[in-house]
Design a protein around this ligand. Structure first.
Ligand code: PEP
Ligand code: MN
Length: 333
């Protein structure tokens, strides 16, 4: 249930209402907009007399929210959420460009890629240290030493780092990571999501390989219900009957999600397509579709990459794409 307050209401009266609702065991999510405040009621609202609340002179209207996701529901929070990562912002008209290799391989590799993508205008550096590989015989990432190399690249370039966490027990290693990525395979690792909800750190939540938008939102809800509102969603392609592509990029998910939630929505055209030459057109399409950013794999030597070389752009290809992305952004402004 949401209670939409009248513009510029008396604070004390509003607080009285909040206290009364809390007294009934109801959680209140307060969203202060420029002109009016929206109270999102979480919990068993069946005992709340909607008509009584609606009749209060400080209340504009009361609506039942039928969706099971509440904290990430745009009805609870009509204005776009802006997630801040240092000086970088995602959402609310701020476009975040995240780029870097699938996996961190060496200091030279990650630092040179970080410098290249920064020069092309990237806002954040990605790179996996713990890799969820389909085969146990494939490169599993450098682990903790990979995180150390990411820190070096951050120090060299000033770019915040985005890297995947696979398990709760690794959390202490990620203390100074700027954005924790939850990979597609872990989107419904609810224990992990609940733990991440206790952090005060942005979480990049990727859509699962075969998950619906509602399931993605419910996973965001797990993080937010535990207290961490800094969630960025990523559409990264889903399993369909696509044969020549790694996945199917569900671009319509972008405007749909942005209608349903106030969270920023970014697109990963690398994992969605699996083919480097298909990445630029899909990145531009995602930008045109209203995405709040892009996460793109870039490698200095794709044929020799230890992971996902086929879908990795070379730094010069990323540079050309970044220019076109900026041009598309100008057009859709
Ligand atoms: C990745 O970003 O390298 C990755 C493993 O992505 P996903 O979880 O979307 O497959
Ligand atoms: Mn990858």
């Amino acid at each position: 249930m949401i209670v939409i307050m009248k513009p510029n209401v008396n604070e004390a009266k509003q607080q009285q209402l909040i206290d009364w609702l809390r007294g009934m065991g109801i959680g209140i999510h307060i969203s202060k907009g420029e002109f009016r405040t929206v109270l999102g009621l979480i919990g068993d609202t069946s005992k709340v007399d909607m008509e009584l609340v609606a009749s209060l002179d400080i209340v504009d209207s009361v609506q039942r929210v039928s969706e099971t996701f509440k904290c990430c529901n745009r009805k609870f929070h009509p204005e776009d959420m802006v997630v801040e990562i240092g000086d970088v912002k995602a959402g609310g008209g701020n476009f975040a460009m995240i780029a870097g290799p699938c996996s961190v391989e060496s200091e030279e590799q990650i630092v040179s890629i970080a410098k290249a993508v920064k020069a092309s205008g990237a806002d954040m550096l990605r790179g996996g240290a713990f890799k969820p590989r389909t085969s146990p015989y494939d490169f599993q990432g450098l682990g903790a030493s990979g995180l150390e190399l990411l820190r070096i690249a951050r120090q060299e370039t000033g770019l915040p780092i985005v890297t995947e966490i696979m398990t709760v027990t690794d959390l202490p290693l990620f203390e100074d990571v700027d954005v924790l990525q939850v990979g597609a395979r872990n989107m419904q690792n609810f224990d992990l999501l609940k733990e991440l909800g206790h952090l005060d750190k942005p979480i990049l939540l990727k859509r699962g390989l075969a998950n619906t938008l509602k399931e993605l939102l419910m996973s965001a809800e797990y993080i937010m219900a535990s207290g961490n509102e800094k969630v960025i969603l990523a559409e990264r392609g889903i399993r369909t009957f696509s044969d020549y592509l790694r996945n199917t990029l569900d671009l319509a998910a972008v405007p749909m999600l942005k209608e349903l939630t106030h969270l920023p929505v970014i697109v990963d055209p690398s994992h969605a397509t699996g083919i480097a030459r298909i990445v630029p057109p899909m990145a531009l399409a995602a930008t045109a579709a209203g995405a709040d950013g892009l996460i793109i794999e870039v490698h200095n030597d794709p044929p020799h990459a230890l992971c996902d070389g086929a879908q990795s752009l070379r730094p010069e290809e990323y540079d050309a794409l970044a220019k076109k992305v900026r041009a598309v952004r100008e057009v859709i402004k």
